[in-house]
Design a protein around this ligand. Structure first.
Ligand code: PRP
Ligand code: MN
Ligand code: MG
Length: 184
């Protein structure tokens, strides 16, 4: 993996730090949802690594479902356009839903998603995000219930996060060198 690490300016969050925070979050969700069977909704593709680690730290009979949403093109800036590329397989009427996301940036994706799932009659909806980049928020009243790390406004990749579909397999989260993305 030395090759892809060369494209980073620095490591922002190590895999050990991620593992510790994900474990803590899993324990918190286990307590908060005691006696319930929450539906964990993975937002493809960025959340897949966080999702698969988090669900193993939750000691409850959860179910898993997947949704693909796209708000970005291949560049580093959000388009503001949210598209549902793949919907949930099962309905969520009366269910306690936890939306699992890798990062909240502008908040456009989660704001759209949360209201969409609320309209389908979920009993409750909470958001669990690995990273929160609050400096970029354009939806100020979006409530992010669980956050592992608050991060600065830098272009981050790894642990599921991509640049043009690459770098998702980095075990750590790093700041991508501007020489890679230029002035896009
Ligand atoms: C990224 C990220 C979040 C969203 C956050 O997904 O994974 O889902 O953007 O941006 P926002 O808060 O400004 O809406 P992306 O659309 O890049 O798809 P991906 O998860 O497949 O990489
Ligand atoms: Mn995403
Ligand atoms: Mg992306």
């Amino acid at each position: 993996s030395a090759k892809i690490y060369e494209d980073l300016d620095r490591i922002l969050v190590t895999k050990e730090e991620i593992a510790e925070k994900v474990r803590e979050l899993g324990q918190k969700i286990t307590k908060d949802y005691a006696g319930k069977e929450p539906v964990l909704v993975c937002i493809l593709k960025g959340a897949v690594l966080f999702f698969s680690d988090l669900m193993r730290e939750i000691d409850l009979p959860v179910t898993a479902d997947f949704m693909a949403i796209s708000s970005y093109g291949s560049a580093t800036k959000t388009s503001g356009v949210v598209r549902v590329l793949k919907d949930l397989d099962k309905d969520i009427v009366g269910k306690d839903v936890i939306i699992v996301e890798d990062i909240v940036d502008t908040g456009v994706t989660l704001n759209y998603l949360k209201s969409m799932l609320a309209h389908r009659g979920a009993a409750s909806i909470r958001i669990a995000a690995l990273l929160d980049k609050t400096a970029r928020r354009t939806v100020p009243d979006l409530k992010v219930d669980y956050v592992c790390f608050d991060i600065p406004d830098a272009f981050v990749v790894g642990y599921g996060l991509d640049y043009d579909q690459t770098y998702r397999n980095l075990p750590d989260i790093g700041v991508l060198s501007p020489k890679i993305y230029g002035d896009k």
